[in-house]
Write a protein that binds this ligand. Sequence first.
Ligand code: NAD
Ligand code: DAU
Length: 350
Amino acid sequence: MKNIMVTGGCGFIGSVFIRTMLLDSDFKGRIINVDKLTYAGNPDNLADIAKTIPGRYVFIKADICDAEPISHAFDAYQIDAVCNFAAESHVDRSIVAPGAFIKTNIGGTFNLLEIARRNLDRLVLFHHVSTDEVYGSLGDSGLFTEQTPYRPNSPYSASKAASDHLVRAYSKTYGMPVTISNCSNNYGPYQFPEKLIPLMILNALENRALPVYGDGSNVRDWLYVKDHCLAVWEIMKNGTRGETYNIGGRYEMANIDTVNMVCDLLDKIKPRDDQSSRRELIEFVKDRPGHDLRYAIDSSKLENELGWAPLESFESGLKKTIQWYLDSSQWVERVKSGEYLKWVEQHYKE
Ligand code: NAD
Ligand code: DAU
């Protein structure tokens, strides 16, 4: 793999993937980052990379649904591998407005696959980044394995399930070299503060309410974002073509316990003026429609076949994450004020 097209590289996980690949891995080639820069795509996430190693990093503002710019990039940069992160990713938004999820997650993946198919002679790999949510919801026991049948419950997870099926079909039908990864909940630096952990950190710092859906008993299996990125690279290098790999941190937490932990860590690192506990900010609110009860990943295939293991525990990763949000006030301010979107609007006007 010499020229990897990474889609959605200005988002949360995509930007950490690119940073890891260029600064902290054995990859020696070039990354071509294709991103539409939706509200979730923030050029600030990679501003230093764009400045310091321009020779190995190219940014193209484009929609993965558009054939012309993607096709052109394939030719111009001799793309030999794709890592597809681009997606609409937030479940709550998919409940309110599912259209963009269908368009990007299904239509965009289809467009990428079609262009990759036209370049099959050069293509070493099409890696598709997906989610454990395609498997639906678990009861009190059991784990998702790669054999668990797909039963998605939200428009988001249904659109990701459809894209997974398309990728698999291109492997079976056209012999395309593909791998798919289905990962559990990520957290870490650069995560947009609509997702549970950054939302709780930033609200707690401002003494705002911490909204917990339902009774807070829903369980998520947390993985530090860099561990996800290292797993994706390991699968890209050594995963069996045509196969799916589950990625998870084996760290199940009820949401209320996660929010309590964020409060307690913040109280330790940056106590409130009156020394009171931030737990008092928690408010139980109306539940999310179709809210999956529990996710838990069995990642033994990835661990046994490829020797991957997460480097961070939930405690160590959460401490690092909280510290990053405390240290990154400029990033936080530009996200909260929408300044980064104004910059994109001005910068790409011409
Ligand atoms: P994100 O919302 O932070 O970033 C998505 C990125 O995709 C943004 O940069 C956005 O601008 C870009 N994008 C959206 N539509 C596009 C389009 N039509 N064309 C080009 N670019 C477009 O998402 P994330 O949390 O970083 O998730 C990345 C991928 O990982 C997604 O495919 C998601 O399904 C998957 N995933 C996420 C998690 C998680 O916990 N966040 C877990 C497992 C899998
Ligand atoms: O499992 C992987 C998935 O994890 C990814 O595919 C998705 O892209 C990613 O967004 C995430 O989905 P969730 O719906 O699990 O993440 P979210 O951060 O939205 O919510 C985590 C849990 O916290 C979930 O049970 C809902 C709950 N929640 C969320 C928010 C935003 C709250 O209780 N209050 C909140 O304000």
